[in-house]
Design a protein around this ligand. Structure first.
Ligand code: ZN
Length: 276
């Protein structure tokens, strides 16, 4: 469905997209630019009074879509796994405190153990967190990451795997975040998006673009329209799957971080309307 020009009602920007800005700048600048939704990266909340952050978000009419990110569950050390759980419990309470209904999970991986072991530890950790999710009213979204990150960032790499994991866990508090950067190449993407929607597991939709060549694994993402991802096609599948929530712009890019962030925000709005 074509969106009317200048309709930014579904546009959400991840604070990490404008990395040079602190939380106060993100809130005021997004709002000034007519953006109504934000996803907040946790490090911006360090040493902040979350009540003040929440009232500032309300004052500027910004809806928080998600807190990013929890996860990083697996570890060969039991103590570190327990620490990770505590960290995720804190994240769920932080999300609740700022009014974020969703915590995005980058599930993690410890290269010192097998993928199978990593995946078992991820499953068990998410299950352990469900009562806290319920208590805080914050849902959790498993975000499958591109396989190039399987060594240390996420043993969950395909949407098929994330779907299966969410189905095994089988809780209304646990779903999936579809990020085009991680899943665009998958030949079964359409059917896996439909499966995700059918099971009410499609919790979030993240957009950016894949640059050719990509010069850095983490910090060389493209703005929508700069790369080779068929964004409009993927968006149409997501909508056919019943998802009409926020479209979250999540771009990690040294190139864009080094530019004027106010002008960049205008580029984001343009790219959102023309290429997404
Ligand atoms: Zn993402």
């Amino acid at each position: 469905m074509a969106q009317p020009l200048n309709d930014f009602s579904r546009l959400c920007v991840h604070s990490q997209t404008t990395k040079p800005w602190d939380i106060d700048q993100c809130i005021s600048e997004y709002s000034k630019a007519g953006i109504q939704k934000i996803s907040i990266w946790r490090h911006l909340l360090e040493n902040k009074d979350l009540n003040i952050v929440k009232s500032k978000l309300e004052q500027y009419n910004l809806e928080v879509i998600s807190l990013v990110r929890g996860g990083f569950f697996p570890n060969t050390s039991k103590e570190k796994r327990e620490q990770a759980l505590i960290e995720n419990i804190d994240a769920l309470y932080e999300a609740q405190a700022i009014g974020a209904p969703l915590l995005v999970l980058v599930c993690g991986a410890d290269p010192k153990q097998s993928l199978k072991k990593n995946r078992e530890q991820i499953t068990s950790a998410i299950k352990t967190l469900i009562p806290i999710a319920e208590q805080t009213g914050v849902r959790m979204a498993i975000e499958p990451l591109h396989p190039m990150y399987a060594g240390d960032k996420s043993a969950v790499t395909t949407l098929e795997e994330a779907n299966t994991l969410a189905e095994i866990i089988n809780s209304s508090w646990v779903g999936v975040a579809v990020d085009v950067y991680h899943v665009w190449w998958d030949q079964y993407l359409e059917q896996q998006i439909k499966r995700c929607g059918k099971n009410n597991h499609l919790f979030a939709f993240h957009v950016c673009d894949w640059l050719v060549p990509t010069n850095h694994m983490l910090t060389d993402r493209g703005l929508m329209g700069e790369g080779c991802i068929e964004l409009k096609k993927i968006r149409s599948w997501v909508e056919e799957a019943g998802f009409y929530g926020a479209i979250e712009v999540e771009v990690f890019s040294e190139r864009h971080w080094n530019s004027n962030q106010k002008q960049y925000l205008e580029k984001i709005k343009k790219a959102y309307l023309s290429a997404t």
